[in-house]
Write a protein that binds this ligand. Sequence first.
Ligand code: HEM
Length: 403
Amino acid sequence: MPPHVPADPPAELVAARLRDPYPYFAWLRRCAPAHVERRVGRPALWQVSRYEDVRALLTDTRLSKHPGRVPGYVPGPAGLNRHLVHADPPDHTRLRALVNSAFVPRRIALLEPFITRVAHRLLDRIEHSVHVDLIADFAAPLTFRMICAILGVPGRLDTTATRETLMSTIAPGTSTDAARTERDLHDLLDALIDGKRSGSGGSGVDLLGALVRAGDESGAMSEEELRSTAYLLLLVGHDTTMNLIGNGMLALLDHPEQAARLAAPDPGPGFVASAVEELLRYDSPVRDATFRCAAAPIELHGQVIGAGEIVSLLIGSANRDGERFTEPDRLDLGRTANEHLAFGYGPHFCIGAALARLEGAVAFPLLLRRLGPVQLAKPADELCWRPARVMRGLVALPLVRRA
Ligand code: HEM
C-alpha cells in the first residue's frame, strides 16, 4: 500500500487506547505516521506519532496555537481560553514572560523542604490504612497544595471541592451539570481575584497577586487573560504532576527490582533524577500536546495538512519511538540517553518542568519507603483511566498493604 493511503487502525487497538495507548501508537508510527480523521461538520484531525516529526512540529511556526483559526472550535470553558497555551507571538511571548519568573529552577528549589513536609504529612494520615488510593490520598492533594502555594491561593480555597471543580472542566461527560460547573469555576476565580484586589487573598510566592497588580497597574494583561491564566495554572499545575505520580507508581509496582533501588537510602549519584526522567518518558502524563492547527498547508509523509485543520502531536507515542530510544517499551530507571518530549519542546516548553521534577524526586523515594509492601487492589487492566483529551492519568490508584 502506498504510504499516502494509510489503512485505518485495527478496531481492537482503538477500543483499548484509553487503557493502553501504546499498541495503537506503535501501529500509527509503523503504518500511518500522519493519520487523518475526516469528521463531518468538524475540522479534520491529524495525529502525528513519530519522534522526529513531533519534535520538528513542536517548533514549526506554520502551526498556530490560536483556536480562533478554527471556526467554531472552543477548546475550554467559555471566557477562559486567553492564556499562553492558546496564544502565538507576540501575545504568547508577553504572557509567558509574566508568569515565567515564578517557576525558574532556583526559585523552585527553595520549595523542597515544603514539598517534603507536605508529603510526610499526607503519608502520616494513611500510615495505618490497609487500603489507600494513591491519587486521592496523596498525588492530588500534594500537587494541588504546591501550585496553590505558588499562586498564593488562600487556605479556605485550597480544598478538594476547588480541585474537583477544576478537574470537572476537562473531563467531558463526567459532569452531570456542565453549566453549574462553569458557574462554580467563575465563582472560584472571582473569589481568588477579588481576594487579591482587597488584599485578603493569601500569601506565599503569590504569583496571582503579582499578575493582578501587573494587569491593574500597567495594563500588562487584560481581565480575561488574567482569569484564563489563573485557571490554566491551577489546572495544569496539579493535574499533570498528579498523573506523573500515579502513572509512575503504577510502573514501579510492575518493576519491583527497580523500585527497590529507588527506595534505597543511597541509590547512587543522579539515580533519582534519571528515574524521574524515565517515568516521564515511559508513561507520559501529557499524552498528546495541546491544541495546534495548521496556519498554512504542511506536507507530511506524502499528504497535505490543510490550513485550519487540527494537528495532534502524540507525545506519548514519540517517547516510545524505537528510532529514538533503545528498547523503548522497557522501563530503565538508569537510562541515560533520554531526550524525551514529556515537557514538550521549543517555545511552549513546559513552564512547570522544574517544579514537576522536584515533586517527582521528593515523592517517589518517599512513597516507596513509607508505604512499605503494597500491591494493586485490583488487576491493572481493570484500573480506570480518565477520558481526558490531552492528559493520561488514572481516576484512582487503589492499593492494598500486604501483610
Ligand atoms: C509531570 C508534570 C508535567 C508535565 C508532563 C507537563 C507537560 C507539559 C507539556 C508537554 C507542555 C507543552 C504542551 C504543548 O506544547 O502543547 C507543557 C506546557 C506548559 N506547562 Fe507543563 N507539565 C507538567 C507540569 C506542569 C506544572 C507543575 C506547571 C505549573 C504551573 C505547568 C505549567 C505549564 C504551562 C503554563 C505550559 C504552557 C507553556 C506555553 O504554552 O508556553 N506544567 N507542559
